[in-house]
Design a protein around this ligand. Structure first.
Ligand SMILES: [Zn+2]
Length: 279
């Protein structure tokens, strides 16, 4: 699949993700009725419903009642298109054939699912249990299939990824219980542990640790800056899922982060610093 095809398909999937993020919390069916304006109920013609383009030529307003169509829908389509291109570009070409194709499919599924969970948690502090469960199961299935297609024994990666998922669930439960006892208020969203377990199933132990570190750092920084800037009240909660999902996607797209090569980049600098301080 070329980058252009990935962008077009990604924009279509992004259109579906916005629809799902709107309908799932409202308990509406994903397939029926067809896309309609939430304000006046007018069913959208197929040309109004084209990803990215429809929003532009309607200039972000419903043709009938003029109600604004959220800019976020358009951004979601654009972001999904960009992420699909990134997955295609980041899937190693050396692993072409069945293994490469599987890795590409797995990456598209993982990244799209993470984006849906991010949108749901952002709007409703809601990481649906069934979505996390199926995400976890498909992560383990992808781990096994990728190992088999790559000609290696799937047992070791399956144990690694399965243990990472189980420990993530237990760890988040423990932190949640301790935090609630300490703060006398719910410390963690109930879904965060399930999302972390999903990440463990896809990324394995080392990938999960890196993703958790990135999520805690970025989430902590966001909370600190938000409070300093007065945008967040002192104990106002904010969803942690978007940070977990973003970090997980980043680790999948840049597996180099897991290798030690970055140490080789850092070491000369550290040596220089050492010389500066030592000499
Ligand atoms: Zn309307």
């Amino acid at each position: 699949m070329g980058p252009l095809a990935a962008a077009v398909l990604g924009a279509c999937v992004g259109s579906f993700l916005s629809l799902a993020a709107w309908r799932l919390p409202r308990g509406e069916s994903l397939t029926w009725p067809a896309s309609h304006c939430p304000a006046c109920g007018r069913t959208l013609a197929w040309w109004d419903n084209l990803p990215l383009l429809g929003w532009l030529w309607l200039q972000g307003r419903c043709r009938t009642c003029g109600a604004p169509i959220p800019l976020r829908d358009w951004l979601t389509e654009g972001l999904t298109a960009a992420l699909w291109v990134a997955v295609v570009l980041r899937t190693p070409l050396a692993a072409s054939g069945v293994a490469g194709g599987l890795r590409l499919l797995a990456g598209l599924l993982f990244i799209s699912g993470l984006l849906l969970l991010l949108l749901l948690d952002l709007d409703d502090f809601w990481l649906p249990e069934p979505l996390c469960r199926w995400g976890l199961i498909s992560g383990l299935a992808a781990t096994v299939s990728l190992a088999v297609a790559g000609g290696t024994n799937p047992l070791a990666p399956l144990v690694d990824h399965g243990l990472a998922a189980a420990l993530a669930l237990l760890g988040f439960d423990l932190v949640g219980v301790l935090g609630t006892w300490w703060l006398k208020a719910p410390a963690l969203g109930g879904g965060d542990g399930k999302l972390a377990a999903l990440l463990g199933a896809w990324l394995g132990g080392r990938g999960l640790l890196l993703a958790l570190a990135l999520a805690v750092l970025s989430g902590g920084l966001f909370g600190l800056l938000g409070r300093l800037a007065g945008r967040l009240k002192p104990r106002q909660p904010f969803p942690f899922g978007p940070f977990l999902a973003t970090a997980g996607g980043l680790v999948w797209l840049t597996p180099e982060l897991l290798h030690r090569q970055w140490l080789a980049i850092l070491l000369p600098w550290l040596n220089t610093l050492g010389l500066a301080f030592g000499g």
